[in-house]
Design a protein around this ligand. Structure first.
Ligand SMILES: Nc1ncnc2c1ncn2[C@@H]1O[C@H](COP(=O)(O)OP(=O)(O)OP(=O)(O)O)[C@@H](O)[C@H]1O
Ligand SMILES: [Mg+2]
Length: 301
């Protein structure tokens, strides 16, 4: 097959499909003059589609791509934002190449960083992560892509559909949504600031630790501006958190712009998480809805 023949792709592209990933790597090699080949899929969450690559020199790198062609502009702007964040000292792997494959799927190849993710948010882990989150302060990385604007719009009504779906999903869904509503109402009008860097998915499996330090914050494609309280709120929704980890993260998150900002961000992140699990993995719902309801209640003033 000559390089210019675009092969027929399956109708619904799966990020786990090695055929598509291989084609993307071939395109990337052609465009950037690199020599990568696919090694294996990397362990991951729901949409596992991150691939380990090696090049001719046996150096490792990581391929990420999206089956959503519409996300190409966000990939390209994220590449610039990642570079600016790294210039400011933020510990995220360099993007070695970014582009759009002939199939229209956006991709990027990033530095491989050895390390492993913590499984529990203890005080020790929280201390490491809070120092990373504090580096995000004032790094207004991409005002056009603003997480505080997103949160404001969702909380002003755009989240109603998800709220209703979760409330109607049975089990503890109703009690969970009532707890979020009570939390949001208890703080009245809240202004979300927007001058920080926001990672957008700051969870334990998106952090790599090594030798007791944060080696890298990964899965950063959705980064933008907003309030870093959003990332603190995300950490407060992780599955496994102990009391000391909760206390430290909550206190630091409330320091950012007050307890109301943290609470509003928490309500939105918790709802989006439960709604995602409801759609992708409903068997897990009973495991997370109860604890998140309790945490929402614990954040009441
Ligand atoms: N730069 C990297 N260096 C080393 N390991 C990485 C790197 N990027 C990703 N990984 C590994 O691959 C796993 C999946 O990567 P990542 O978190 O970026 O994708 P994901 O969670 O599957 O993505 P998404 O949430 O976009 O579906 C990580 O948990 C980590 O183990
Ligand atoms: Mg991830």
């Amino acid at each position: 097959m000559s390089f210019n023949d675009v092969p027929e792709l399956p109708h619904i592209a799966e990020r786990t499909d090695p055929v598509i990933a291989r084609l993307i790597v071939a395109d990337a090699n052609h465009t950037h003059g690199t020599s990568y080949h696919l090694v294996e899929q990397m362990n991951a969450g729901f949409q596992a589609g991150t691939w380990l690559l090696h090049n001719r020199e046996n150096e490792r790198a990581v391929l990420k791509w999206s089956p959503n062609r519409g996300s190409a502009p966000q990939f390209l702007r994220a590449a610039d934002a990642v570079e600016r964040a790294r210039d400011a000292g933020y510990p995220t792997p360099a993007w070695l190449a970014v582009g759009i494959a002939r199939s229209g799927f956006p991709y990027h190849i990033q530095q491989y960083v050895p390390g492993s993710s913590p499984s529990r948010l203890t005080a020790e882990v929280a201390e490491l992560l809070l120092s990373v989150l504090e580096q995000q302060r004032g790094l207004d990385i991409d005002p056009e892509h603003c997480w505080s604007r997103y949160a404001r719009n969702r909380l002003a009504g755009e989240w109603d559909h998800a709220r209703q779906a979760v409330a109607g999903s049975g089990g503890e869904g109703g009690r969970f949504v009532a707890a979020l509503d009570a939390l949001v109402a208890s703080f009245g009008q809240v202004e979300l600031p927007s001058e920080d860097l926001v990672h957008g998915d700051f969870r334990l499996d998106n952090v790599l630790l090594r030798w007791g330090r944060v080696a890298a914050v990964i899965d950063i494609e959705a980064l933008g501006s907003g309030t870093r309280a959003f990332d603190y709120a995300t950490l407060l929704t992780v599955d496994d958190i102990d009391q000391a980890g909760w206390n430290l993260t909550r206190a630091a998150g409330e320091q950012v712009a007050g307890p109301g900002v943290l609470a509003h961000c928490f309500a939105l992140v918790a709802l989006d998480l439960v709604d995602f699990v409801r759609q992708r993995n409903p068997a897990r719902l009973p495991l997370i809805t109860g604890p998140l309801t309790d945490r929402a209640t614990a954040l009441l003033p």
